[in-house]
Ligand binder design. Structure first.
Ligand SMILES: NC(=O)c1ccc[n+]([C@@H]2O[C@H](COP(=O)([O-])OP(=O)(O)OC[C@H]3O[C@@H](n4cnc5c(N)ncnc54)[C@H](OP(=O)(O)O)[C@@H]3O)[C@@H](O)[C@H]2O)c1
Length: 310
């Protein structure tokens, strides 16, 4: 049971709330937070899970969506996580992460809907140090694995079918439920679980990204999609940190034993997937379009830990 009612101050302009949203991947980490918070923001939402629709089946997708009334599709589905990373064939990655978004874009164009698609910081694979860089929408993607390449392909295919789309690149996401593709967990839950049990954790200090709370993303997406400022947006907690620094911040905020966190490096700890060591994002387009930037990642973490009563 959730215990984090949204204050009336957070509610959007009531004229916005007329939009009806169809959330795909509704029982996923982002999908479930999306349905929960968007409902509270005044949007009418309906969610579909994998059991309700197979997004890689174009005929079924068009049939199911065609029988439902809504204004915008929120596509949170993805083939990701350890299973996807172990899969050396591109077929499933491209079916879910590239072809399905294209079919959704086709559906959106034919039926005058807006498509909201979720992508990832993994489209980048930068290198730090020496140069700590936060990637903007202007930077050239350089995917380092099949998941990332297929997500980038999805981003590229959508505009071929529709103009009425938003693509939001998120990063290092943590929500109420954890990621289904990652054993229903996320980094915050894992670190809190281990440290609370007095178990030591080894965390790499040479991979940098921008931790992002699902709630902060839902609020901002709800705001942006109420406009017609279509296109690509980065949407991540402001600032960046290494995974080690993220763990230390979690422990510090919860007053858990920081000394149980052992600093490590990618040379010492095998990574589950090939990736660059910096995928930090800057929400440049968001700010350029006149939206308020997301809060510093530490603030969103504090809110998350408080609301989850961790
Ligand atoms: N998690 C992160 O750290 C992170 C970071 C950056 C970007 N993102 C992006 O954020 C989005 C949401 O991630 P998340 O952590 O919320 O993932 P998640 O918890 O794994 O949720 C994904 C949802 O999509 C559903 N799904 C997967 N394949 C499907 C298919 N073929 N047909 C229909 N439904 C399908 C899943 O259902 P089943 O589990 O039943 O298959 C699940 O409900 C994804 O687009 C991801 O690429 C995530």
């Amino acid at each position: 049971m959730r215990s984090d009612p949204i204050s009336s101050k957070s509610r959007l302009d009531p004229t916005v709330s007329a939009l009806k949203l169809l959330v795909l991947g509704a029982n996923g980490q982002l999908g479930s937070d999306f349905t929960y918070y968007a409902d509270q923001l005044g949007y009418e939402t309906v969610g579909l899970t994998h059991e309700d629709v197979e997004v890689t089946n174009r005929d079924q997708l068009f049939d199911v969506l065609g029988r439902m009334g809504f204004d915008a599709i929120i596509n949170t589905t993805a083939y990701q996580g350890p299973k996807a990373y172990r899969d050396s064939s591109p077929a499933a990655s491209y079916d879910v992460n590239a072809h399905a978004p294209y079919h959704l874009a086709e559906f959106a164009a034919e039926n005058h809907k807006v498509l909201v698609h979720i992508s990832t910081d993994f489209v980048f694979s930068g290198c730090t140090p020496p140069e700590a860089h936060a990637f903007t929408e202007q930077d050239l993607p350089q995917p380092a694995n099949l998941y990332a390449a297929s997500k980038l392909a999805g981003e590229s295919l959508i505009p071929l079918a529709t103009e009425s789309y938003f693509v939001f690149r998120l990063a290092s996401l943590y929500g109420a439920t954890g990621s289904r593709a990652k054993d229903h967990s996320n980094f915050v839950k894992t670190v809190v679980g281990k440290l609370s049990n007095n178990e030591p954790v080894r965390i790499v200090d040479d991979i940098r990204s921008s931790p992002t709370s699902a709630k902060s993303v839902v609020f901002k997406i709800a705001e942006v999609i109420a406009t017609e400022k279509y296109g690509l947006y980065h949407l991540a907690g402001s600032g960046s940190c290494t995974w080690y620094e993220f763990a230390v911040e979690i422990a510090s905020q919860l007053k858990l034993p920081v000394d149980l966190i052992e600093r490590s490096s990618t040379r010492e700890v095998a990574q589950e997937v090939k990736r660059g060591n910096n995928t930090s994002l800057r929400n440049q387009r968001l700010v350029d379009e006149g939206f308020e930037d997301l809060a510093p990642w530490q603030e969103n973490l504090r809110e998350y830990l408080r609301e989850r009563r961790m």
